[in-house]
Design a protein around this ligand. Sequence first.
Ligand code: FAD
Ligand code: MLT
Ligand code: ZN
Length: 486
Amino acid sequence: DTYSDKVQRDSKYKKLDEKDLLFFRDILKDGNYMISNEQDLEFYNEDWMRKYKGQSQLVLKPKTTEQVSEIMKYCNAQKLAVVPQGGNTGLVGGSIPVFDEIILSLSNMNKIRSFDSVSGILKCDAGVILENADNFLAENGYIFPLDLGAKGSCHVGGVCATNAGGLRLLRYGSLHGTVLGLEAVLPDGTIYSSIDALRKDNTGYDFKQLLIGSEGTLGVITGVSILCPSRPTSTNVAFLAVSSYETVQKVFVGARKELSEILSAFEFMDGKSQLLTGRYLKADHPIESGDYPFYVLIETSGSNRDHDMEKLETFLANAMEEGLVDDGIIAQDEAQSQSLWSWRESIPEASAHDGGVYKYDVSIPLKDLYGLVEAAETKLNEANLVDIDSNDKPVVGAIGYGHLGDGNLHLNVCVREYNKNIEKTLEPFVYEWIQEKQGSISAEHGLGFQKKNYIGYSKSDVEIKLIKDIKNHYDPNGILNPYKYV
Ligand code: FAD
Ligand code: MLT
Ligand code: ZN
């Protein structure tokens, strides 16, 4: 009933019965690969933000691509709806069922398949946890070309399905470039594979690109082949305090110019995001000289520590001399780098800590980027919903942070409870604001369930029709991840 104002269960989908359970038990060979008791189902039915909750009665955890294929073939024939699930860290309600859809978890498909230490090509099962893939690569002198705060839980297949961006897109580019091939099971059970593709291949349509970012609506990704760069041997991190958004942009221009090829991350955070992160971490901020309106984290990655450090120090000295930076520190060792990164990577957890968070993950031309946070704050204040300290108001505050180097802002409205009044104040206001600035309503998290009704703010009628045509072609029964954005 949670979603009854937004969507109704479609009666074309069959309800699970005993015969289906017997069939799945037979395919999976072992009852341990199925979850159907109330308590264990909870994790799979609820999303990371505790905002969306489904009512699935069954999680299937196959171990092989063939099992996934048999499951999909059966579900397609029976019209049983299915939600593919990775680490369940998605932030748009896409990874959980809306009603009673079967959850197909990839977590038992967690093997590295091969690694070529000459080309840097990693092939692995979709259910390998991102951090495990990166640790494996580290042992071989390579790095996964994507990193994000959820790395300890999210899957390699899950990040491909969402086309996640993360903290180093600026350096390594998007998964549309680094993923070389995928193996996936289509809704009718067909196994598609381009997993042996090489770096260059211009032989017809590149089908895997449709799967990257399809959010579980077009196929179940079971294997990934990805091109990994050499692991940088020298990494430096600087954390800077800046007095205005105008100046943050100037620091970015300077960083690109002066750090050029060694720049590997440029993240920005507003003062309120750091205040809430400090409360959450129960720690003093690394920059002690005061509360500043903006902070910037700059990372460099290269192969010569002295050279990189000299560049970073010169850049910082120049920025201070020009009055762009009010205060700043450079990490002196790995532990301090980690600690500085934690002030950035802990923001998502801090933002949800008081009860919940409304997340807007947007691309906007850089000059207007932070204006969205100010506009949302004004709107919430006008509705008299905000108090950072008092529990009498439902909203703690609106904070802004994100991957400034990619033109990607995260507006987070941190709340003490989810309620319709807050939602109505923010939506469609936020989406209209973004559309007016020719931005995108999702830079990296996707549309999922949260933004299903808002795709028109970023895609034209022609584009939406093409998306629907593709979906109908490959999934005519609509069994894969229904009620979401398509
Ligand atoms: P899930 O959450 O399980 O699923 C996400 C979507 O993909 C769902 O629609 C699901 O149906 C589909 N899916 C999952 N696996 C498969 C599969 N094998 N085949 C087909 N479909 C599948 N995102 C960013 O872009 N950048 C960030 O910096 C970033 N940081 C984050 C930090 C935190 C703390 C958290 C909680 C999330 C963050 N995210 C970020 C969100 C991001 O979308 C997810 O972390 C990640 O991409 C999802 O991976 P997952 O394995 O958890 O997928
Ligand atoms: C991030 O950049 O931290 C992530 O995209 C997660 C979030 O926005 O909360
Ligand atoms: Zn992000």
